[in-house]
Design a protein around this ligand. Structure first.
Ligand SMILES: Cc1ncc(COP(=O)(O)O)c(C=O)c1O
Length: 343
């Protein structure tokens, strides 16, 4: 079995890959004592503040983009073709990265149920100079096909596009969260905290990276990957594949089996992009005790899982629980009625 690595060894493995600095790192690891007290059960909750990564209001994509944009630049690309929902944090932070690096950014945003008024993430897409088009293609394989076709059109027109091509970009994005876990390991040890559980919102690259980092660094606690959406594939199998490709890219022999990924789809309801009552309660609990903001699509649902597990008595008193806050807050300005129901 491959050995456990130190944070410095993980960092050395990642250093073999091209990277551009875009994020404010390290992000703080903060204890949330008033939230913990309100939650009850005697647990201590710590928040890894990846909502503070910078790059046009923070979030997990600032870390991802350090590797994706470096890949784009190394491949000689002169533009980026990206897409997701209208209120995509991914697209907002990628558009911001493009602005910083002087790359043209073309966004194809899937409308689904979302409004197209310039608010929240969409407002910021425009503000940092992205070119936006709306599409009826559904997020997932249908939208990926649109992005591949658009990239091909640009290539034929003489451009050199870098596009959201999942087999290429997802493992590279996962590398950034294996690296985040090295950062977290050092912060926990500096604060003399041994975690009993980690929580993060993910059904993709971020969770694959967290699970890989947990394995590389020998974290003994569970890493609960709370899915914001269902995918038309088996999520743990896909995440394990992406984590393993990430390990390969880092030149490491460690591999994950799907059974090592604790991906939980039970907090998605009433659906991707929609607020849940449990998420709204968790969001208000954290905002009113710590003034730390979450969003209704991703982080509030992951926090709701943490709240539910603590209330179910899953952790003994004194347990330390780390919530990796992946950002997403700009979306609340576009859909205030989902944040303050009955407004
Ligand atoms: C705020 C936020 N949290 C979590 C995620 C999930 O990240 P991943 O796609 O890497 O699983 C996203 C994805 O867009 C996000 O915007």
């Amino acid at each position: 079995m491959p050995v456990t690595l130190t944070p410095a060894e993980v960092r050395a493995a990642v250093a073999k890959l091209p990277r551009v600095r875009l994020a404010h790192l390290p992000t703080p690891l903060e204890e949330a004592p008033r939230f913990s007290a309100k939650l009850g059960g005697g647990v201590r909750v710590f928040i890894k503040r990846d909502d503070c990564t910078g790059l046009a209001l923070g979030g997990n994509k600032a870390r991802h983009n350090e590797f994706l944009m470096a890949d784009a630049l190394e491949s000689g690309c002169d533009m980026v073709v990206w897409g997701a929902l209208v209120q995509s944090n991914n697209c907002r932070q990628t558009a911001a990265a493009c602005a910083r690096l002087g790359l043209e950014c073309r966004l194809f945003l899937s409308m689904a149920h979302q409004k197209t008024e310039p608010q929240g993430n969409l407002l910021l897409d425009y503000l940092v100079g992205a070119h936006v088009e709306f599409t009826d293609a559904k997020v997932g394989p249908e939208l990926y096909a649109v992005l591949a076709a658009k990239a091909e059109e640009f290539r034929k027109a003489g451009r050199r596009p870098y596009y959201w091509n999942p087999p290429r970009v997802v493992p590279l994005a996962a590398v950034s969260y294996a690296l985040c876990m090295a950062e977290l390991a050092e912060q926990l040890s500096a604060q003399n905290v041994t975690p009993d559980a980690l929580y993060v919102s993910s059904a993709g690259a971020t969770g694959a990276g967290v699970a890989l980092g947990k394995k590389l660094l020998g974290f003994a606690c569970p890493a609960r990957l709370i899915c914001p959406m269902h995918w038309p594939w088996h999520i743990p199998t896909k995440m394990a594949d992406d984590a393993n490709t990430a390990a390969e890219r880092m030149g490491l022999p460690h591999r994950l089996a799907p059974s090592e990924l604790d991906a939980d789809e039970s907090f998605v309801d009433p659906g991707y992009g929609l607020a849940s009552p449990a998420g709204q309660e968790a969001m208000h609990l954290l905002a009113t005790t710590e003034a730390i903001l979450t969003d209704h699509v991703y982080t509030a649902k992951a926090l709701a899982a943490l709240v539910a597990d603590v209330r179910a008595g899953k952790y003994r008193p004194g347990s330390a629980i780390v919530f990796i806050h992946t950002g997403g807050v700009p979306a609340i300005f576009a859909e205030p009625e989902k944040v303050l129901p009955g407004m």
